[in-house]
Ligand binder design. Sequence first.
Ligand code: LMR
Length: 394
Amino acid sequence: MFETLHPSKPDQIMALNAAFRADPREAKLDLGVGVYKDEAGRTPILRAVKAAERRLVETQATKAYLSPAGDPAFCAAMVALAFGADAPNDRIAAVQTVGGTGAVRILCDLVARAERGATVWLPDPTWPNHPAIAKQAGLGFRTYTYFDPATVGVAWEAMRAALSEAGPGDVVLLHGCCHNPTGADLTPEQWREIAALAVDRGFTPFLDLAYQGFGDGLEPDATGLRILAAAVPEMLVALSCSKNFALYRDRVGCAAVLAAAPAAADLAGDNLRALARVTYSMPADHGAAVVSTILGDAALREDWTAELDAMRARILTLRTDLAAALRERLNDDGFDFISRHRGMFSLTGLSAEIVERMRAEHGVYLVGDGRMNVAGLNAAGVRRFADALAAVRG
Ligand code: LMR
């Protein structure tokens, strides 16, 4: 039967990651997949994570099943982290998921169950897995202009005009902070306008908040989510612990639904649990137990927040250092926007040809659309990138 299969379209980020690993050159620089690296080029296990893991090993008394919803303490802690102290908990249903990607997928499945033929509006550009997941879940999708290459910022007028066409039954996916791939984020005022548009037009916002704590801080990065949650009757939220807890491979995420009324939230929760059951039965416990241990313990939480703050501060320093190095090396202030962007990524505007030459001639890996993972740099990497770009630009 398998000979009838067609080759699948490669995911550009995963394909680049494989190419980087296969590259035998010693001096190579991975600015592709979104993983934070420290000055020594390592992706550290956070101190609080190690401490929570030790505690779990010592105290965990059973590995018996939990449930399709995962760990309720984890879900409650994640909802509080994202929605804040004023979370309308009686209108929220949440389940633990297999990473933020699992949350996006199960929420798309939920939309497909609730509204056959629903259209998901995706930002252009967006994380390449978004359209692939929407398609796999049987949803149609449209795009709205998000980025203006001329200003290297949000194309606000075009975005607002496009979203004015969305209506009831439509779902509008928004990156909660640290937009992937551009690095350009919405202002609080723009979030308020989107909230007003959602109420006026009747569409359902779908927030993908995969980088909370990597932009301006845990609280500021939830501004958009909280503005929307206070205004709209319904919304979908995908949360990830991959970056802010550095639990990448442990696959920890949470899918939350804000419903118009408590009974609808119960129904959404019931359907999320049913979808989890038919997909993987139950999410893996370990990473979520680590997160829930950290968030439930004042000392561990403080240490986690301090380490997260340090990662964020370091990314911001790398951004200013890179902009300065490019200004000096290329005699060009055209990359100053890098220091204005937030999160791991910046869409550099480099052409596919330059990106390919950076890879082939200098072992510097960027995603083909010009996305750079700034969090993959260190001081030597900044110099290397600037030198490589100067060389290929001639
Ligand atoms: C990325 O965009 O590089 C990350 O979100 C990792 C991934 O799964 O693609």
